[in-house]
Ligand binder design. Structure first.
Ligand code: M6R
Length: 605
């Protein structure tokens, strides 16, 4: 939530910063701003609304001489999304400008204290308190690092911030606690940002900052300090393999569509090097004891991937599994048992609730395996073991290819544990892996027709205000995912339900205006699903049903999927529900990649 960027180098800072903000806009988009050195003063330009509004304010300004600055794109937590609350914020003396991602939890008491010392505030944000506090620290020392150190000792909460000072042109300071922050190292230029795509056109050499570190940069130097002691620290520089193209739309109208169509490649990338001679090779899991019980913790779409994997882990590998929503898990007094393993799943690797779950497990002495997409993210670094899902940058707020990659890695992990427990013969395992490797090409051929079908269905169902998504077994979590996708980008109310649970209440809602989207593929539960759909039809409900030609059902709108082996039918169902939501949102004229009220990575509670 919120994207921050800082630049110090040889090129005009504001175009580079604004370009970076566009690449970070997925993190928040209710207002934006930049601050930079302008003559002897700091200048701040801010605008309410999406970045386009800031672009317009900046266009035509004579600011090319500025080679250092900071920028922010906001997802509001404290204070309305209006210009006065947009970042950067300044101290009363206009000596500092600061951008912040996170929440200063004790801001109310800090603010009261500052007001008592004569400070007046220009916004309702928690962030403004932080810049006032740093300025207060600077009254006692002209060393900005010391002033930040002084302020951070008083602050509780989470933050990643970047700061510039009127008295120190060309310098930027930044620090983090539980919100992401990275350093990009170019030639004669350095960046600070919330995420790699912000500076990807300029450099792929990255330093991941850890909690409680402060970094000081200018165009030619950078140094990381321990925030508690101000001792310099040495840090590893990592070269990132992502390319600029991976973070661009590549001719697609929306990132979401591009990312849905990337799924065959994502599956191939996930499988690459992980299947050898009919066996699963997962070195990341080799040092883990076989879990006696697995607790999967995640949020949103990643939670659905975990719920889906539970069916496989239990039935194939015979491992007891519980799947928990991280925001609930963190406040329950969970009972851990010897032999437990906590598996966290996260695309961004920065989701605050999932991170909190990791810390709870760690404090309880339970080993943690993290599944995440973003290399070097907080979850990756705080887990004992990490498996990267290799989906490449996912920009659209609605997660699509990340879930596909998580499911593939979860299949591999399940089969890996089957292998270790000798649950399958060598031939059975090799056959299952063969079936898995055939999925990408089948999906690749199927995607254009899936999209056409989704487009056609929108014409018939765009008037619906509510949808049920029904499935059983493996297809129940995918029904939850289909409903989540539809509501988050098309704003149509949708409920994912276990098909067998309908008659316990929800079926009362069914009528001709409340359609059902059924996941009714050909598996052993199909006869049960078919009965549940009969019950819906008997009450006048219209039904779209994903199904296989080998077991067709008579419904209002049949949607035939290519047939693939057993559980891997899921890899056809997933893009179908994604495309349905996508086409519906496009048809209804919604902002697909940046749906209202949302942000890509949820780094606050
Ligand atoms: O980065 P994470 O996988 O931890 O994110 C979890 C959820 O915030 C995320 O899946 C969210 O639900 C998406 N908007 C769903 O499309």
């Amino acid at each position: 939530m919120c994207g921050i960027i800082g630049y110090s180098g040889h090129r005009p800072a504001i175009p580079a910063i604004v370009e970076g903000l566009h690449r970070l806009e997925y993190r928040g988009y209710d207002s934006a701003g930049v601050a930079f050195q302008y003559g002897d003063a700091l200048r701040v330009i801010r605008a309410e609304g999406k970045l386009g509004a800031l672009d317009q304010k900046i266009a035509g300004l004579d600011i090319a001489s500025s080679v250092c600055g900071i920028g922010h794109t906001r997802w509001a937590t404290h204070g309305l999304p209006v210009e006065r609350n947009a970042h950067p914020h300044m101290d009363p003396g206009n000596g500092f400008a600061l951008v912040h991602n996170g929440i200063i939890e004790n801001y109310a008491e800090l603010k009261a204290d500052l007001v008592a010392h004569g400070h007046s505030f220009r916004s309702e944000t928690d962030t403004e308190v932080l810049v006032h506090l740093i300025a207060q620290g600077a009254e006692q020392t002209d060393n900005v690092l010391q002033a930040i150190h002084w302020a951070l000792q008083r602050v509780e909460g989470t933050y990643a911030f970047a700061l510039i000072s009127r008295e120190h042109p060309g310098k930027i300071w930044a620090s983090r606690k539980a919100s992401p922050l990275l350093l990009g190292l170019g030639l004669g230029e350095h960046f600070i940002a919330s995420d790699i795509p912000a500076f990807l056109p300029y450099t792929r050499d990255v330093v991941f900052l850890d909690n409680d570190e402060i970094v000081e940069i200018d165009a030619h130097s950078w140094q990381v300090f321990d925030a508690a002691t101000l001792e310099p620290k040495s840090k590893e520089v990592r070269h990132i393999s992502w390319d600029v193209q991976a973070a661009q739309k590549d001719g697609y109208k929306h990132f979401m569509l591009k990312e849905i169509f990337e799924q065959p490649k994502v599956i191939r990338d996930c499988l690459a090097g992980r299947i050898r001679e009919g066996q699963v090779s997962l070195p990341e899991a080799e040092n883990l004891d076989m879990p006696q019980r697995l607790t999967i913790v995640a949020c949103g779409t990643s939670f659905h991937a975990g719920l889906w994997a539970k069916y496989l882990l239990e039935s194939w590998a015979r491992i007891p599994v519980q799947v928990e929503i991280a925001s609930e898990f963190r406040y329950r007094d969970t009972v851990f048992l010897p032999g437990d393993l906590v598996l966290t799943i996260s695309q961004s690797g920065e989701t605050a609730d999932t991170l909190a779950a990791i810390r709870i497990a760690r404090d309880a002495g339970v080993p943690i395996l993290g599944l995440c997409n973003v290399v070097g993210s907080s979850i990756a670094r705080e887990s004992d073991h990490v498996i990267y899902t290799q989906a490449g940058p996912e920009i659209s707020v609605a997660s699509t290819k990340a879930m596909c990659s998580q499911m593939i890695v979860l299949v591999l992990l399940t089969l890996y544990w089957c292998q270790r427990k000798n649950m399958l013969t060598r031939d059975e395992l090799a056959a299952r892996l063969d079936q898995l490797t055939s999925v990408p090409s089948i999906l690749e051929s199927a995607l254009p027709a899936l999209r056409d079908q989704a487009q056609n269905l929108c014409l018939d169902y765009a008037d619906a205000r509510s949808f049920f998504f029904l499935g059983r077994g493996l297809y129940f979590p995918l029904a939850l995912e289909g409903a989540l996708k539809l509501k988050e980008i098309s704003y149509i109310h949708a409920e994912g339900y276990a098909a067998g649970e309908m008659k316990h209440g929800p079926i009362a809602l069914v009528d001709a205006h409340f359609p059902t989207f059924a996941l009714a593929v050909h598996d052993e539960l199909l006869p049960k699903v078919a009965s549940n759909l009969q019950e819906v039809q008997a009450r006048g409900g219209r039904i779209i049903a994903l199904m296989n030609a080998s077991a067709p059902l008579t419904v209002t709108s049949p949607w035939i999927l290519p047939d693939v082996w057993g559980a891997f039918k899921s890899f056809m169902v997933l893009p179908a529900v994604q495309l349905f939501a996508y086409e519906m949102a496009v048809y209804l004229g919604k902002d697909v990649d940046q749906p209202r009220n949302l942000a890509k990575s949820v780094t606050v509670e």
